[in-house]
Design a protein around this ligand. Structure first.
Ligand SMILES: *Cc1c(COP(=O)(O)O)cnc(C)c1O
Length: 397
């Protein structure tokens, strides 16, 4: 007789997010590998045009990450030493760091606890104080946390009279809509940035892009993306010495996207609509199944179709100990919950710049109660059920 020991079945680890790669994606990258250009070929401009068409912006500049995209956009929008950038503390550090790269100061505006997005009352109040003190920001970076657009019309109405420029950090939000328009159209901003890191909505491996409707701004970013060099004789400031000429006119970087990345991004872009639909379907299942638990999903305003990069719940109190216990319980059960985000102003680097605990109470309470649950196309209903039942039992402990 077979006396095999019973297999101990460990359920699969469920990350909070993950990419999906199709055969078409693989074929697209394969085609580039067999082509003459691995970088600076036709795939990058094709991806830029595809993105521009998808979001309704007139110009898109693709780069090697959203972090680079934020840096270039800040520079091209004129942020420099002595300048000032405002963003919210509940974001990835890159939304604030881009100001520091330019030598500017960074300040934060607290969030709305229900949405996790910038609080417009706090913004209004801070703007009038800043105007009175003569220290208005040059640039504000609203963050479309979890894929839900900030109330951009209202935000623009508040900040435009002060001459403040607007750069949307839409790293989470490609495929989302605000008032029937795609995020990235820049209807209410100067520019918007997407990330194509693998955990985001669509991926190019690593990658990012800036959208805008100003051809001169786009041209500046293209030049900064590639060392500050232009090869267009029309734009030369000196007389061209010969057909080999290019001019470096400013200090730029190598922030270029490769054709391999662009081909993957372009292939993924074809599925953007269905990816966002599936994320919304899974999020609705969470809404139904979490209704009876003492947790609250982030609120999504009626005039938004969220891209739903994340399914973030908040516990019904902001007790740091309990928050940590729930994390540990979920992780021990193989559920890769994550915190998006621990407030940026509490990071050691920003504490060194003078920020303190207590500065942004809503963001800090959020940081003690928010938990991102697994959400990605390919998460099965059975997996989702496991997340919910595990959460239910962990919350009872
Ligand atoms: C991921 C992310 C970034 C940075 O994106 P990279 O492409 O990894 O550089 C910036 N801002 C936010 C809000 C993000 O989530």
């Amino acid at each position: 007789m077979d006396a095999k020991p019973l297999a101990v079945v460990t359920p699969a680890f469920l990350p909070y997010g993950r990419q999906t790669i199709s055969e078409a994606d693989i074929a697209a990258v394969d085609a580039v590998l067999r082509s003459p250009f691995l970088t600076q070929g036709p795939a990058v401009p094709a991806f830029e045009q595809g993105l521009a068409h998808a979001v309704g912006a007139s110009a898109v500049v693709a780069v090697n990450s959203a972090t680079s995209a934020l840096h270039l956009a800040c520079l091209a929008l004129g942020l420099g030493p002595g300048g000032l950038l405002w963003t919210t503390p509940i974001t990835f550090v890159a939304s604030a760091n881009c100001g520091r790269y330019c030598g500017a100061d960074v300040e934060f505006v607290d969030i709305d606890g229900d949405t996790g997005l910038i609080c417009l009352q706090a913004l209004e109040c801070k703007l009038s104080n800043a105007a009175a003190a003569g220290r208005l920001p040059d640039l504000i970076v609203p963050v479309h946390l979890a894929g839900t657009s900030c109330a951009m019309a209202d935000l623009a109405a508040l900040v435009r009279p002060y001459g403040v420029k607007i750069l949307e950090d839409a790293s989470h939000a490609i495929g989302g809509h605000y008032r029937q328009e795609a995020v990235g159209s820049c209807r209410f901003s100067d520019a918007a940035v997407f990330s194509f890191h693998p955990v985001k909505i669509i991926t190019s491996g690593e990658g990012g892009a800036v959208c805008c409707n100003d051809p001169e701004l786009a041209e500046r970013m293209r030049q900064l993306r590639s060392h500050g060099i232009t090869k267009d004789p029309e734009r030369f400031v000196q007389e061209a010495a010969g057909p080999w000429s290019y001019e470096q006119q400013m200090l730029g970087f190598n922030y270029r996207m490769t054709d391999l990345q662009a081909a993957l991004g372009m292939s993924q872009l074809q599925r953007l609509g269905s990816v966002v639909t599936e994320r919304n379907r899974l999020h609705r299942l969470y809404e139904d199944r979490l209704e009876t638990l003492p947790v609250q999903l982030l609120a999504i305003p009626d005039d938004c179709l969220s891209a739903l990069h994340l399914a973030v719940i908040q516990l019904d109190d902001d007790d740091a100990q309990r928050h940590r216990k729930v994390f540990e319980g979920m992780r021990a059960a193989g559920i890769g919950v994550q915190l998006h985000y621990s407030p940026v102003h509490l990071q050691p680097y920003y504490q060194q710049l003078g920020f303190n605990a207590g500065d942004f109470p809503a963001a800090e309470a959020y940081g003690r109660s928010a938990i991102s649950l697994p959400l990605y196309p390919g998460l099965s209903e059975l997996d989702l059920e496991r997340v919910v039942t595990t959460l239910e039992s962990v919350l009872k402990r």
